[in-house]
Design a protein around this ligand. Structure first.
Ligand SMILES: NC(=O)c1ccc[n+]([C@@H]2O[C@H](COP(=O)([O-])OP(=O)(O)OC[C@H]3O[C@@H](n4cnc5c(N)ncnc54)[C@H](O)[C@@H]3O)[C@@H](O)[C@H]2O)c1
Length: 339
């Protein structure tokens, strides 16, 4: 068990309690009154967490990650008599975390909040870094805030109850950290692949701790997402266009996006062939289908990408493992380098 801390100009310190028990949030509330936001799914799998608490459940599906849900939660908070002395606690995947942070940011002009992420994606990504929000129509995360929680309790045991698809989706993000970060996660992925796939407790504690550390190191340097933080988008530009056009889970689409970014990096003469082959084999060894097809629909989605500036897309490539670089590419260049 250990604690990581990070702070940004926007908020005092966020403490991340890595490998602590999920119930630890009760102690962290420090005698403050609290209300928990979670979902029926999580309540069913972990009823013991929710004993004797004021609970608001939401439908944690992407189509309900919207302003109507926020309004509903605000009505319930008012009904519980929540004021600024309370702390709001989100227990769930990325949807619950994003919604909790946003509600906490706007309710009574801001109340404190903590997060207990329950998916591999939320443990390593969505809960970390202070981005919160909801979708607006088909625009993902269009309305939101930057606001860091007071604390995050990262209990890696949650991964045991994830569906195979959810787990492999979260693992796609972990592989991203392994390729852009220092070599530690990559070492575990290559030496202990079977343990990672079997969700071995001690191995996953280590992987999750290292992934969190990788993300906070990057976020600390760029809390407003205007510079180096963009390297976290590695695999996401093409991954996102595949996710929205083909309905593939986020992290699984990111793996296809990573493969495309490797092709581009190699064909542009940036990444040596040996490393490109090593990375492709790693993705295949983890059982991912890394094939991708970029047609008219995918290029239209790319053209609408948030990372686009004028006619260029800010694209994350690799010069080598642990060496991401950002290049401006046109859609035509992307098409040529992925042929
Ligand atoms: N804020 C950020 O920086 C950031 C980063 C990445 C993703 N996101 C957001 O995260 C969301 C996706 O999050 P997600 O992939 O964590 O999934 P999710 O929140 O969509 O949850 C997926 C499903 O898993 C269930 N679930 C959650 N924990 C479980 C557990 N331990 N065992 C069994 N089932 C469990 C949920 O009830 C839900 O049905 C997207 O909305 C995305 O925009 C945000």
């Amino acid at each position: 068990m250990h604690t990581l801390e990070y702070s940004t100009e926007k908020k005092s310190t966020t403490s991340i309690f890595v490998s602590h028990d999920k119930q630890y949030f009760r102690e962290l509330a420090c005698g403050r009154k609290f209300v928990v936001i979670s979902s029926e799914n999580i309540l069913k799998s972990y009823p013991e967490i929710f004993q004797d608490i004021n609970l608001i459940t939401i439908d944690d599906i992407e189509s309900h990650k919207n302003l109507a849900t926020i309004e509903d939660i605000i009505g319930k908070l008012a009904g519980f008599g929540v004021d600024r002395s309370f702390i709001l606690i989100g227990i769930g995947g990325g949807i619950v975390c994003d919604i909790t942070g946003f509600v906490a940011h706007i309710y009574m002009r801001g109340i404190r909040f903590g997060l207990v992420p329950t998916t591999l994606l939320a443990l390593t990504d969505a809960a970390i870094g202070g981005k919160n929000g909801v979708n607006f129509g088909c625009n993902k995360n269009m309305i939101g805030s930057f606001d860091n929680p007071d604390f995050i309790v990262a209990d890696s045991n949650f991964v045991q109850t994830l569906s195979e698809e959810q787990y492999m989706s979260g693992l796609g993000e972990v592989i991203k950290y392994a390729l852009i970060g220092n070599g530690e996660i990559l070492r575990i992925l290559t030496d202990d692949k079977d343990k990672v796939l079997a969700r071995d407790g001690a191995t996953m504690q280590k992987v999750i701790g290292d992934a969190i550390r990788t993300k906070i190191e990057i976020v600390k340097q760029d809390p407003d997402d205007k510079g180096i933080r963009q390297i976290l988008n590695f695999g996401h530009t093409i991954g996102h266009s595949i996710e929205i056009t083909e309905g593939i889970p986020h992290g699984i689409a990111v793996v296809k996006g990573i493969n495309a970014a490797i092709d581009i990096s190699f064909k542009a003469g940036i990444l040596p062939e040996k490393e490109a082959q090593f990375i492709k084999q790693l993705l295949i060894d983890f059982g991912y289908d890394i094939s991708y097809h970029l047609g008219k629909k995918q290029f239209e989605a790319l053209a609408n990408d948030k990372k686009k500036e004028n006619s260029h897309i800010r694209f994350v490539l690799l010069e080598g493992i642990g060496k991401p670089i950002i290049k401006n590419l046109t859609i035509d260049e992307i098409a040529r380098l992925t042929e």
